[in-house]
Design a protein around this ligand. Structure first.
Ligand SMILES: Nc1ncnc2c1ncn2[C@@H]1O[C@H](COP(=O)(O)OP(=O)(O)O)[C@@H](O)[C@H]1O
Ligand SMILES: [Mg+2]
Length: 218
């Protein structure tokens, strides 16, 4: 059974066509780099895949189940999006980390949370600190840890290292590659950095004119 089947997606904003008959299949766990110029619909595609946006036409299936047959909340636990502008919930770092388990009524895995924070070079970040006092790069990494705590099957990453220094960027790459290998899940990672794309992916999607004009091994 395919992990994800994206079938003939069509999306417009006003008179602008963003996605035009875009299809793709993910049949085994993979690390996909999603490339393309600005404004080509990369973020729109990921936001549709996690159902933050709705396509005009076309469908998505996860493990053989149509998005129409799955509750949005259940869907987003399986297919989770980490946005470029990481949004923080009000409250402390710890509140942010705990939110997902509260939301999904699962136990908070504190050992995993600590492990993730350490792997993200945030070992020394005070968990009592207010999320509003974090730097952009800290927010981005806390948001990433928060999503990984959900253990999604498909992780959608939208330029998640854009505001990070080199050391943190590499830490994020290492964590996500190791995580993907260990858990056998899949990620789709939007990046503008070709070298990063080669480091992190085994498959590359290139989006242009609303569809994937290239889809191959990297
Ligand atoms: N909510 C929206 N309303 C109207 N236009 C939008 C909206 N979201 C994105 N767009 C437009 O759709 C196009 C594709 O955007 P986006 O998916 O963010 O591209 P990318 O991530 O590849 O840079 C852009 O021209 C953008 O301005
Ligand atoms: Mg974008």
């Amino acid at each position: 059974m395919n992990i994800l089947e994206i079938s003939k997606l069509y999306k417009t904003y006003g008179d602008q066509t963003i996605l035009n008959d875009l299809s793709a299949t993910i049949s085994i766990p993979e690390r996909i780099a999603l490339l393309g110029k600005s404004g080509q619909g990369k973020s729109t595609l990921l936001r549709i895949l996690c159902r933050l946006e709705t396509q005009d036409l076309g469908g998505i299936s996860f493990q053989g189940r149509s998005y129409l047959d799955m509750d949005v909340k259940e869907w987003r636990k399986k297919i989770s999006y980490v946005s470029q502008q990481s949004y923080m919930l009000q409250g402390s770092v710890e509140d942010n980390l705990r939110t997902v388990s509260q939301l999904h009524r699962t136990d908070f895995d504190i050992a995993l949370a600590k492990q993730l924070m350490a792997a993200l070079n945030l070992e020394h970040l005070d968990w009592n600190k207010s999320s509003s006092e974090l730097s952009g790069g800290e927010k981005q990494r806390v948001a990433l840890a928060r999503t990984l705590l959900l253990k999604p099957e498909v992780i959608l990453l939208d330029e998640v290292t854009a505001s990070l220094d080199m050391e943190s960027k590499y830490a994020v790459e290492t964590l996500l590659i190791d995580w993907q290998r260990e858990k056998g899940n899949t990620f789709i990672w939007i990046t503008h950095d070709l070298e990063q794309a080669e480091r992190i992916s085994n498959r590359i999607w290139f989006i242009e004119g609303g569809s994937l004009v290239e889809d191959g091994e990297s």
